[in-house]
Design a binder for this molecule. Structure first.
Ligand SMILES: [Zn+2]
Length: 121
């Protein structure tokens, strides 16, 4: 009897969906990828973020926070992400070279793996 229920045809009476579900804005594509010691990808992407960085350097800060285009990395294993500088602690890097160096340094030390329920690119 249990087998019969496995092969019972089910009728789906729900009407077809007429509108597409709302979509989250997609993150920019990764432009570089590093692997942790455990094989989790560390993705480096373009990022727009708000900063108070002033080109005169610390301890000066811009009068108002402003947005700039830069880069950031995110470890899909341990969920860490990059922050630039001790003073402004920006959630991104102005320089691709610095973001790349920091992403690679994180991947070199991090031993995390990707959990099966997080495996996506
Ligand atoms: Zn990590």
């Amino acid at each position: 009897m249990a087998l019969m229920s496995l092969f019972t045809r089910r009728v789906d009476n729900t009407p077809p969906e007429t509108t597409a579900p709302p979509r989250e804005p997609e993150a920019p594509k990764a432009i570089m990828r590093f692997l942790t010691q455990g094989g989790a990808p560390v993705d480096l992407r373009p990022a727009r973020f708000t900063t108070r960085f002033d080109y005169r350097g610390a301890p000066y800060a811009a009068d108002k926070p402003y947005e700039i285009d830069g880069f950031n990395w995110h470890c899909t294993g341990c969920t860490s992400y990059g922050r630039e500088g001790d003073t402004y602690n920006d959630p991104g890097y102005r320089s691709l070279e610095e973001a790349r160096t920091k992403a690679n340094a994180h991947a070199e030390k991090c031993r995390s793996v990707v959990l099966p329920n997080q495996a996506s690119a």
